[in-house]
Design a protein around this ligand. Structure first.
Ligand code: SAM
Length: 298
């Protein structure tokens, strides 16, 4: 499986369907759909992901699979820490990544791992990038977990379902616009790197995919007096998506009288649906609510 040249060994071509089959046979490995195991087989996509990640020195990967993206990251960084939940893949990765001495494999669930400790221990607390072909069954929890954290992460480059990428990039008043849009856009800027068809994976997923680049903002997109109130307003709006906002606020525990005061303070028409509000409008609603709570306390 290795080709010997003047300089030493060429990397194993993990994008090759034949190599993937050989590894499967050698390790008796079968794909687990429940873990979102769709492995990349297109080299140009790996290169796009690595370029977009703007790695300064260190990079963290979620879900290495057979290590196809990991090896590309290893060639373009000082250090890679890669986190894989599936115990069966650890022996495979020891084999496929044997030639890299700058890769650390952690057998853990990304949602349970203490990433702060990993960044402190492995990267001296310095800023890292994160790159991943995400397991689609937990894309949203992973995204929210990472973008809302105060970890020193500068750039996230994630392959995800196209539909989730569209929700992140959506504009007010569209069907795709929602709590996920605001949660990500509050903390990050976002841009589409590329769309990826099912034919770029083994096995093929049932959906189209998109690589999205998210860059953590130095400070949130809008200034608010209390972040929790901002996200409670967002939750009210999208928990009761079809209701006009006056009614959504009532259902969210704000009395009719308080609701009227909040809306008047921001000059927002309560007959509008919350799904039409911009991030700035949510911020002014949250701040008016904050002022009301604190006025009531005086
Ligand atoms: N990076 C490989 C590639 O691009 O071919 C594999 C990507 S595959 C879409 C997702 C990977 O994430 C699988 O290896 C899967 O086992 C792993 N995974 C699933 N859930 C995980 C979790 N909670 N924490 C860490 N890894 C997870």
């Amino acid at each position: 499986m290795y080709l010997i040249c003047m300089k030493g060994y060429y990397n194993m071509d993990l994008t090759s369907p034949r190599t993937i089959r050989n590894i499967q046979e050698q390790f008796g490995f079968t794909f687990k759909k429940g873990l979102g195991q769709n492995f990349l087989t297109a080299r140009n996509i790996l290169e796009e992901i690595v370029d977009a990640a703007e790695i300064e020195s260190g990079v963290i990967e979620v879900g290495p699979g057979f290590g196809v993206l990991t090896s590309e990251l290893a060639q373009n960084s000082d250090k890679v820490v890669t986190i894989e939940i599936d115990e069966r893949l650890i022996d495979v990765l020891d084999y496929t990544l044997a030639e890299y001495d700058n890769v650390k494999i952690i057998n853990e669930d990304i949602l349970k791992l203490d990433l702060k400790k990993v960044i402190d221990d492995e990267f001296n607390g310095e800023k890292v990038s994160i790159a991943a072909n995400l397991p689609y069954y937990i894309t949203t929890p992973i995204l929210l977990h990472l973008v809302q954290s105060d970890l020193p992460i500068s750039t996230f480059v994630f392959m995800m379902q196209k539909e989730v990428a569209e929700r992140i990039m959506a504009s007010p008043g569209t069907k795709a616009y929602g709590a996920l849009t605001l949660a990500v856009q509050f903390y990050c800027t976002s841009e589409v790197v590329m769309d990826v068809p099912p034919s770029s994976f083994i096995p093929r997923p049932a959906v189209n995919s998109t690589v999205l680049k998210l860059v953590k903002r130095d400070k949130p997109a809008v200034e608010v007096k209390d972040t929790r109130l901002f996200f409670r307003m967002v939750k009210m709006a999208f928990g009761q998506r079809r209701k006009v906002f006056t009614n959504a606020m009532k259902a969210g525990g704000i009395s009719a009288e308080q609701g009227k005061e909040i809306l008047a303070a921001c000059g927002i028409d309560g007959k509008r649906r919350g799904e039409t509000f911009s991030m700035e409008e949510f911020a002014s609603l949250a701040d008016a609510w904050y002022d009301l709570i604190h006025k009531d306390k005086e």
